[in-house]
Design a protein around this ligand. Sequence first.
Ligand code: COA
Length: 216
Amino acid sequence: MNGMRPVGSFALLQPLHQQTVACTLRALTPVVDSLYPRGSQLLAARLDDAVHGKARCTVAIANASVAALAVESPKGSRQLKLSTLWVAPHYRCCGLGTALIKRLRNRWLLTDVERVHLTACTTCVCELLALLERFGFRHQAVELNRYGEGRDEAVLIWRPEYCEPEAHSHLDWSCAAELASAPLPAQIRSPLTVTELVAGHPSEAVRRAPCRSSVF
Ligand SMILES: CC(C)(COP(=O)(O)OP(=O)(O)OC[C@H]1O[C@@H](n2cnc3c(N)ncnc32)[C@H](O)[C@@H]1OP(=O)(O)O)[C@@H](O)C(=O)NCCC(=O)NCCS
């Protein structure tokens, strides 16, 4: 398993590699610069973190360009910030956003993440929330004037207990080896091994996992 997975017939979800950084920045710069002060600078820093294992960036590549992107940064023990979640306009409404967030949620459940937060400008939060609510996010608060007068940010929070029960019982184990070999810094209390992920993990979901041997 190389960490790549087909999404529909046109894109692959995969970890960000150094070779993809430049085209990712090209695609996202206008978006993040329109939303946030120093948006592209901060995104460049996060992508650099991702390439160096300090954050996790998942991209979908289609026709040699970036069709979707999610960046997760560790924020203390078992907490993450989802700092970017974006699907290129041309690829929207065909399930790519769903595939991306499903993959992230699966990893959070497998690694016992307790809380994920995402902030989004109040003008684009509706479309994000329409997708994210299905996967265990709730609208928590609005931070007024976060980026200047009238530029409010909505705060969305994900917790495992906000997810429907099936999310806990239908986990996809195919990414366990990838997670064990590249845990985020906050998830390294002691080195995380595949064995721990599969067998020694404290959560009920892991203990109930079917067919361990078929996964690896
Ligand atoms: C929100 C977003 C990620 C959805 O991606 P997507 O690939 O179109 O999502 P999907 O095709 O999987 O659609 C999933 C659901 O999202 C909802 N949705 C998607 N686009 C929507 C829109 N424009 N308005 C309302 N709901 C929307 C629908 O409920 C849809 O479910 P349905 O197909 O059953 O109706 C995408 O529209 C996006 O990137 N928007 C911009 C977000 C942004 O600005 N990010 C940068 C800062 S973090």
